[in-house]
Design a protein around this ligand. Structure first.
Ligand code: ADP
Ligand code: MG
Length: 282
């Protein structure tokens, strides 16, 4: 399995640019996957969706997964979140096996999934209500987060009164409101226009840097992956396996200017090569 996490010799980059990750985890693993696979059982037969995966996401790391449509990215995130049991193997968070949703995790799904009968502010406050945390302590934070994503003035609106992109921004606030240590994000910016998306990328990076959160983000945008990540995991087609894991040696803090850095361009091109023979990303 280990060898699958390294690019082959023919793919090795120029000596000055050691991109392929040689970090086999690190000293303080936040999330550890050990032989985690998934086969969906259905009436029409088994659907092998993920081959056994072994990798570690370090505490405080910004870890991004890219891969073709249907390769098992959402499945992977659901298993890490404790919403879906793996067929084999186990997920460990801070050394404990995950068997159900973890209190210290915030999740942003591909679709906003706001409750239609709650207004925007109440939707953002949902984790606080579910955990029975003091409302008055968190409501200011919820308003602050909404302001951050440009939703000030929309607190009292119902979800249907917002565009898809605005709903998704509200769901990002909901995932952040209880200040979880780990953020799991499944293509969170897919529905946003390009400019809002760039702004959200910069904001997310700033939040992650200031709070030291561990972030696992799934995206179909290779430039977004390289811009945000400490490491990028590239998946193969279904049943998904690890094609490679790359270090992103761009210094932090990063700005949109980092995208014109030669290291950025070279890494984006290298990751793209994985998909030339594999069909398209979703
Ligand atoms: P991705 O997020 O990378 O697009 P998914 O994790 O959603 O991929 O799905 C991986 C594969 O598993 C797909 O081929 C999909 O059809 C299949 N799959 C996902 N959910 C189910 C399910 N509940 N039952 C059967 N097959 C599923
Ligand atoms: Mg998906």
């Amino acid at each position: 399995m280990k060898s699958a996490t390294k690019a082959t010799a023919a793919e090795q980059p120029a000596a000055h640019l050691r991109l392929v990750s040689d970090r086999a985890g690190g000293a303080t693993p936040g999330i550890k996957l050990s032989g985690v696979s998934k086969t969906y059982r259905s009436r029409d037969g088994d659907v092998p969706s993920l081959r056994p995966l072994d990798f570690t996401i370090n505490d405080g790391e910004f870890f991004v997964v890219v891969g073709p449509s249907g390769c098992g990215k959402s499945t992977l995130l659901k298993m890490i979140s404790g919403l879906l049991p793996p067929t084999t193997g186990e997920v460990l968070i801070d050394g404990d096996t995950v068997t159900r949703p973890h209190g210290n995790v915030g999740i942003v799904f591909q679709n906003a999934l706001l409750l239609p009968w709650r207004n925007v502010l109440s939707n953002v406050m949902l984790p606080i209500d579910m955990k029975q945390l003091p409302r008055d302590k968190y409501v200011a934070r919820a308003r602050e987060l909404l302001k951050l994503v440009g939703l000030e003035g929309f607190e009292k609106k119902l979800p249907w009164q917002l565009s898809g992109g605005m709903q998704q921004r509200a769901s990002i606030c909901r995932a952040l409101v209880h200040d979880p240590k780990i953020m799991l994000m499944d293509e969170p910016f897919g529905a946003l226009d390009a400019m809002t998306r760039e702004r959200m990328n910069v904001e997310l990076m700033r939040i992650q840097r200031e709070t030291g959160k561990t972030v696992l983000l799934i995206t179909h945008s290779i430039p977004e992956a390289v811009f945000l990540a400490d490491r990028v995991l590239v998946m193969t087609e279904r049943p998904g396996a690890i094609a490679a894991i790359y270090d992103v040696p761009l210094p932090r803090p990063r700005s949109l200017d980092s995208m014109s850095d030669a290291v950025f361009t070279e890494l984006v091109q290298r990751i793209r090569k994985h998909f030339f023979t594999q069909g398209t990303l979703d």
